[in-house]
Design a protein. Structure first.
Length: 325
């Protein structure tokens, strides 16, 4: 058995025991990640249950967090880069008045607030200042690398390091409940946002400090928690390959991308060998929207045949990605 490094979010095994349904299955499985497992461990568990040859995930969740984790199956691992760009939605519980080193309930207490309870009005005012785009500091306990080493490894050793800052976008923060010293929020945000850091920053703005006590991802792009399968549900669907009916096909998973249909059988035959007709490309560019992103090329039967970057520079590393069809 050969496993990739955890930060890649993928898992591969050379076992011959995989079922026929698993070998033929390609797509995205929406999994309800349980508390206590890393995203990588969750993928491992699903892969073992379903005898998957290759699996990965889109968008890491902290071990203490739960909720929507997109598990890519087989050829689905080749579209992970297009799915991690999705906006996310979270519901989290903040505990005000206590700061921890990990910014969540698993860490060591660093400071305690001894003042009077802070009112809901101040909380709402603080929350409002974090809606929009801004520079967010990456938590010291995260897998981001600085100088070739992961921040959490250096933090555990007590090494001083300046975490990088990244531009993030918070679409909305809704206060669902406020009972000092706890509050529940619904957060809609863009890629790369750390909810732990957001709550810590809100606590700092309120002057009392805070950490995340509970965190659940309720949506990743169009994939919502009501479609997410628990381990128990996956196990129930395993016999007979019934779980494959829950797979989101590659084409549907990429519905947010523009698409074109390639009707000509000769051109489709060439595409199978990685050759996309130049004349066809030229004609298609005239009707495609501007932008550097990929376009889905679909067969007459609406199956994903390839991802094509129509405006990539000549000789660019990423111009065409062909899928079995």
């Amino acid at each position: 058995m050969v496993m990739t490094q955890p930060d890649t979010g993928s898992w591969t095994t050379g076992t011959e025991a995989s079922s026929v349904s698993a070998r033929r299955a390609h797509g995205i499985l929406i999994v309800d990640k349980p508390e206590g497992l890393s995203s990588f461990q969750t993928v491992q568990r699903v892969a073992r249950m379903l005898s998957l040859v290759k699996a990965g995930h889109c968008g890491t969740l902290d071990p203490f967090a739960t909720g929507v984790l997109l598990v890519a199956v087989s050829q689905g691992t080749r579209i992970v880069d297009q799915l991690t760009l999705h906006d996310k939605e979270y519901v989290c519980t903040a505990r005000f008045g206590v700061e921890t080193d990990t910014l969540d309930g698993t860490g060591r207490v660093q400071a305690r607030y001894e003042g009077s309870p802070v009112g809901m009005g101040l909380c709402e005012s603080a929350v409002g200042s974090f809606v929009g785009s801004f520079e967010q500091e990456v938590p010291r306990f995260s897998a981001v690398q600085v100088g070739g080493r992961r921040l959490y490894e250096m933090a555990r050793k007590g090494l001083e390091v300046t975490p990088p800052r990244r531009t993030v976008t918070i679409e909305s923060v809704t206060l669902l409940d406020y009972q000092w010293p706890h509050a529940t929020f619904r957060v809609r945000c863009g890629k790369g946002t750390y909810i732990r850091q957001l709550i810590a920053d809100i606590g700092h703005e309120m002057g009392c400090g805070a950490h995340v006590q509970a965190l659940r991802r309720t949506a990743s792009g169009p994939f919502t928690e009501d479609r997410a399968l628990s381990f128990a549900e996956i196990e129930m669907l395993r016999p007979g390959g019934l779980w494959t009916e829950k797979l989101v096909p590659l084409k549907d998973a990429l519905a947010h991308l523009p698409s074109v249909r390639l009707e000509d059988e000769d051109l489709l035959g060439r595409l199978r060998n990685g050759d996309l007709d130049r004349g066809w490309q030229r004609d298609q560019r005239l009707s495609l929207p501007e932008g550097q992103g990929p376009v889905c090329i679909l067969t007459p039967g609406m199956q994903l045949a390839a991802l094509w970057w129509p405006r990539a520079a000549e000789g660019a590393e990423r111009r065409l990605r062909v899928f079995p069809f």
